[in-house]
Structures are given as C-alpha cells and as structure tokens.
Design a protein. Structure first.
Length: 329
C-alpha cells in the first residue's frame, strides 16, 4: 500500500509539471489557445444601484418595483455586497399592510419580494439627493459603512434603476427635494472621470422618464425609460387586499422578462429594451443608444443583471509542495 501512495504522488508531480509546461508554452504562443478562450473585455465585475424615491402607503408600487428588480439581480448572481438598495419607506411594516413583513408585486401573491434575505442599505430619510450623488461619485462622508459605498472600478458594469415620481427634467425624492437631469448627468460624468464604471445601464420608471437621460454626455451608457417626455407612466393593477396599485406597468413587464432569464441565458440587452410595447405599456418606452458603442442585440443581459466570474491565466510558475505521506503502520 505504501508503494502505491508513493507512485500516486509521483504521478501527481509529473502532471503538475506537464500543466506548467503547457501553460508556459501557450503563453509563448507555441500552443494556440481556442478562440475567445480568454475574454478581451475590460469588464470584470457587476454592480447595481437600485433606488425608490417615494414614501407613503399610496406609493406602495414604487417599493414593490425596486424590490422586484433587487430580487432579479440577486437571483442572477450579483451578491448583496455589490448591490446598493435605497428604499424610502418600509411597506412591509406599515400598519396598513394586512400581510405584515411582506411586499408583493402581484395581486396573486406569487412572490414575496421582501424576503428574509433583503438587505436595505439606505432606508427612510437616508434616501436623499445628496446621499444618492455621494454614492455614485464616491464622495462619501467619513465613517460611511462599506455596505453603503459603491466600490466599483474601471472594470465595473453598473446598473442604475430609479423609480418614483418625476416630471420633465427632474425626479422627486420623497416630495421634499428633486434631482435634475443635468445634476444626474454631471454625477455620471464624475463616475466616468474617476473610473467608476466600464459600461452603465440606466433604467428609470417614472412619468416623463426619458427626460432624465436627455442630458447624458458620458461614454458607454445605454439607457431605457418607461415613458417619453410629455407622457405619464402608468400603474399595472390594484390589489384589493391593500387598496392601492401594486406595481407599475413598465417594471411589471420588465420583471416578467427577467423571471425567464437564467445565469447562462443567451437573452440580450436588445431583447430587454423591447419588453414593454406601447399596446401593453400604454406609455412609449424610450431608449437611448448613441452613447453606447455596442449593438445591444449582441450584449448578454447578464452583462448588467447577472454576475461575472473572470478567469485569468498567469505567466508565473506555481510551486506545488506535496504533503508528506505518512508511513504505513
């Protein structure tokens, strides 16, 4: 038996040496790697910034909107450490909620989007224009917890989703302040200048939503909005049990699409941009692609809504030390 262990150990050494030689030969172009074996993209990680800017019970649908998107990106692999969730009100614990500790995005109550694993990073009166801009630009105050920071870099694809009440050129935060489309565009430009994103997907569900991306001037941005300037975005359906609308139309159909996406899905961003035609959305979905250098139909939807696990080939030799095999007693 002892001789068998020694032989097995020798075989392991030979295999390790062979792998190292093949790797070094490959790096020296002596062995041709399969095409696309190593991705040439600078995209190395994904982040999501998901923001509900409305509070009060009659805005239940906006909280359901943002929690539904949160559930989708988390299901597709983006970890909580790379999701920044801002929720302006706590509908799960609202005394009007007949189903405490739950938030549903459908009157049929198929999915509780406020599950036990929801991690809200900014809640209530923490959801302000100042905190949102600080989050995007990285200008956090001293003492800001790591979980409240967007720690993206030049290799990050960033998804920004906003929902709430808006108008032509502005989005309201809790009926007390607003962010303009120029302020948002300037914040994103700071992100680009500070190398805080590789590509950015901007998604907004509010009235006159397209006005919020009109001022964008930074590169590598793909944007979609639930309505054009001059149009309202509409809610989808009422839940009689709670007496208010439960989700907005655009987000409802976007989530219907995302629920069919898996981690290894071949669905593309181009398909996602057309999830809510006018016959079901009633409003006209706006899309801006002039700042984005790629064909959305060739970009996997998981480039923004899923996780990425990069593999790197190293040119350095790794020394493997075999553990000592004990003598047979």
């Amino acid at each position: 038996m002892h001789e068998f262990y020694k032989l097995f150990a020798k075989i392991g050494v030979y295999l390790t040496v062979l792998v190292c030689l093949v790797s070094r030969a490959s790096l020296a172009n002596e062995i041709e790697l399969p095409k696309n074996f190593v991705a040439s993209s600078s995209h190395t990680n994904n982040w999501a910034v998901l923001v509900d800017t409305s509070r009060f019970w009659f805005n239940y649908r906006h909280i359901a909107n943002v929690l539904s998107v949160y559930r989708s990106v988390k299901r597709l692999g983006i970890p909580d450490s790379q999701i920044l969730l801002m929720v302006a009100d706590d509908m799960a614990c609202n005394p009007r909620n007949p189903r405490p500790a739950t938030v549903f995005n459908n009157a049929n109550q198929h999915i509780n989007v406020y599950g036990a694993d929801v991690e809200v990073d900014y809640r209530g009166y923490e959801v302000t224009v100042e905190n949102f801009v600080r989050l995007l630009t990285g200008r956090n105050e001293n003492g800001t917890a790591r979980s409240k920071r967007l720690l993206s870099d030049a290799g990050s694809n960033v998804l920004i989703y906003l929902t709430g009440h808006g108008g032509d050129g502005f989005l309201k935060f809790q009926d007390s302040e607003e962010i303009t489309n120029q302020e948002l565009a300037d914040a994103i430009e700071q992100m680009w200048q500070k190398q805080r994103y590789n590509e950015l997907f901007f998604m907004i569900d509010t009235c006159q939503a397209a006005s919020m991306y009109e001022k964008f001037y930074s590169p590598n941005i793909l944007a979609v909005a639930s309505s054009l300037v001059g149009e309202d975005s509409l809610s989808h359906h009422v839940d009689p049990a709670i007496g208010v609308y439960i989700i907005d139309r655009y987000t409802y159909y976007a989530l219907e699409f995302l629920e069919k996406v898996e981690v290894n899905s071949k669905k593309t961003m181009g398909e996602f941009l057309s999830v809510c035609p006018k016959r079901v959305c009633i409003s006209t979905v706006g899309v801006r692609k002039d700042l984005y250098p790629k064909d959305p139909h060739k970009v996997p939807i998981t480039d923004f809504f899923g996780s990425i696990r990069p593999t790197e080939i190293s040119s350095s030799v790794v020394n493997v030390t075999l553990s000592t095999i004990p003598e047979e007693q």
